[in-house]
Design a protein around this ligand. Structure first.
Ligand code: ATP
Length: 427
C-alpha cells in the first residue's frame, strides 16, 4: 500500500488535499494522471450504462437539495454509524467494524475497554443564505435521492417505460467517523449509480437483482481486475441500510483486507413511496409504485483498486498494467535523438497527428530506456519511437508496455493501429 501511495503522489495520480496547509482528513486531490484515470473510468461506465443501452437515460442532479428530501428518505434519522472510543488511547472506531476492533484490542494485549457506542449522522450540514438565521441544508450523502425526486420529471419528459433505469455520476459527502486507507474512505467522493425501476413483483425483483450483480462484476473484470481478487458478499439482515430489502457488495481483496467496491441494493419501493411518487402504465392505466434495484459504485474506490490491481513491481521496472482504455496516457512519442533536427521534426509531426485522437505524451529527455520506464510507471500502453529508419521509410517502432515487444508500423497506419488495439478491448 505504501508503494501505491508513494507512486500516486510522485507520478501525479493523487495528492492529499490542501497539503501545504497540513492536509485535511478524508479529502484528496487528483493530479494530471489521476484526473485522466478517473475520467476514463467515468466515461467507460457512462458508455456501459447509458450509451450502449436502450433502457437507461442519464441525469445530473444538484448536490444540495431541499432538506425535506433527506427527511423523507430517512437519512436524517437513519443515516448513522455507531462510534466507540478506546478508553486507553482514545482512538475512535466504527462499532460495526468487528475486525478492526479485535485488531485494536490485540494492540493493547486485550486489556482494552470501549466506551458505549454512540450513533452519529453522516450527513454534512451547510448553511445557506446571508442573513440570520441561515437555512440548514445538507451536502448529499448519496447521489441516489436526486434520481428519485426527478422520477416524475424523467418519466414525463422522455420516452422511458418500466422497466428502465436512470444513471448518474456525481459527488457525495459523508462525515465519516474514521476516514482512512488512503482514498478508500473519504469524506468527499464520487459515485456512479444506476437506479433501475421495475414492476413490484418478487420474481422480477430477484431476476433483475442477479442480472445487475453479474453485469457489474463483469464490468470490473472486463476492465482488467483479476477475477480472483473480487467476490460478492451478501449483507446480513442487520448490516443492511435502512432502505434495503437485500444487498450484496462487490468486494476487492485490497492490501487492507476485503473491501467494498460497489453495493447492489434491492431498495424495494422504499424511496418512491417515501417521496409519494408512483407510475402509471400507459397501456393498462394501472398505477403502482415501482421497485428499484440499484448499483452504487465509488469512482474513487474504483480508481484506487484499479491502481492497486495493475501495479506490478518487476525486476527492472515498476509498471501499471492498466487496461488501455483506463490508461491516463494512451501513447507516448519519442524522437530517438533530440539533437537531430530531422528526427525531432518528424516526431513532432507524429505527435501532432496523434494528439487530437488520443491522450498523447511527448518525451525527448534522457535515453529511450529511461523514457520507457517513466511511461511504464504511468501505465502508458504504447510508446512510439521515431528513428533514422523513419526518415527513410516512414515507419516507427511501437513498443508494447506489457510485453515490451517492439513492432514497426507505418506512420500512415499508426492511428488505425492504436485505434484497433483500443477497440479490441471492447466486449
Ligand atoms: P461502507 O460500508 O464502506 O461505509 P457503504 O455500504 O456505506 O460503505 P454505500 O452507501 O453502499 O456504501 O455507497 C455506495 C458506494 O459508494 C460504495 O460501494 C463506495 O464505492 C462508495 N463510497 C461510500 N462511502 C464512501 C467513502 N466514504 N469514500 C469513498 N467511497 C465511498
Amino acid at each position: 500500500m505504501d508503494d501505491i501511495v508513494a507512486l500516486a503522489k510522485r507520478r501525479g495520480f493523487i495528492y492529499p488535499s490542501s497539503e501545504i496547509y497540513g492536509g485535511i482528513a478524508g479529502f484528496w486531490d487528483y493530479g494530471p494522471l489521476g484526473v485522466e484515470l478517473k475520467r476514463n473510468l467515468k466515461n467507460e461506465w457512462w458508455k456501459w450504462a447509458v450509451q450502449m443501452r436502450d433502457d437507461v437515460v442519464g441525469l445530473d442532479a444538484s448536490i444540495i437539495m431541499n432538506p425535506k428530501v433527506w427527511d423523507a428518505s430517512g437519512h436524517l434519522s437513519s443515516f448513522t454509524d455507531p462510534l466507540v472510543e478506546c478508553k486507553i488511547c482514545h482512538k475512535r472506531f466504527r462499532a460495526d467494524k468487528e475486525e478492526l476492533l479485535r485488531a485494536h484490542e490485540k494492540e493493547h494485549n486485550e486489556i482494552i475497554s470501549w466506551t458505549e457506542a454512540k450513533t452519529f449522522n453522516l450527513l454534512t450540514e451547510v448553511l445557506l443564505g446571508v442573513t440570520e438565521p441561515k437555512q440548514v441544508a445538507y451536502l448529499r450523502g448519496e447521489i441516489t435521492q436526486g434520481v428519485f425526486v426527478n422520477f416524475g420529471n424523467v418519466v414525463d419528459s422522455s420516452r422511458v417505460k418500466i422497466p428502465f433505469g436512470i444513471a448518474q455520476i456525481g459527488k457525495a459527502f459523508r462525515n465519516e467517523i474514521t476516514p482512512g486507507n488512503f482514498t478508500f474512505r473519504s469524506r468527499e467522493f464520487e459515485q456512479m449509480e444506476l437506479e433501475y425501476f421495475i414492476r413490484p413483483e418478487e420474481k422480477e425483483g430477484e431476476r433483475v437483482f442477479s442480472y445487475w450483480k453479474e453485469e457489474r462484476m463483469a464490468w470490473y473484470v472486463g476492465l482488467g481486475i483479476a477475477e480472483e481478487h473480487v467476490r460478492f458478499r451478501d449483507h446480513e439482515p442487520h448490516e443492511r441500510a435502512h432502505y434495503a430489502r437485500s444487498a450484496t457488495d462487490i468486494e476487492y481483496n485490497a492490501p487492507f483486507g476485503w473491501s467494498e467496491f460497489e453495493g447492489i441494493h434491492h431498495r424495494g419501493d422504499w424511496d418512491l413511496s417515501r417521496h409519494k411518487l408512483a407510475y402509471r402504465d400507459e397501456e393498462t392505466q394501472e398505477v403502482f409504485t415501482p421497485w428499484v434495484i440499484e448499483t452504487s459504485g465509488g469512482v474513487d474506490r474504483a480508481a484506487l483498486f484499479f491502481l492497486i490491481d495493475s501495479y506490478c513491481k518487476e525486476e527492472k521496472r515498476t509498471v501499471l498494467k492498466l487496461h488501455p482504455r483506463l490508461a491516463p496516457i494512451k501513447v507516448a512519442v519519442f524522437p530517438l535523438v533530440n539533437n537531430k533536427s530531422d528526427i525531432g521534426q518528424k516526431a513532432q509531426l507524429v505527435y501532432t497527428m496523434l494528439k487530437p485522437m488520443f491522450m498523447t505524451a511527448w518525451d525527448d529527455r534522457g535515453n529511450i530506456g529511461k523514457r520507457y520506464l517513466s511511461q511504464d510507471e504511468a501505465g502508458t500502453p504504447w510508446c512510439v519511437t521515431i528513428d533514422y529508419d523513419t526518415l527513410d521509410n516512414d515507419s516507427v517502432t511501437v513498443r508494447d508496455r506489457d510485453t515490451t515487444k517492439q513492432e514497426r508500423v507505418n506512420i500512415s497506419q499508426l492511428a488505425t493501429y492504436i485505434h484497433d488495439k483500443l477497440a479490441a478491448h471492447e466486449k
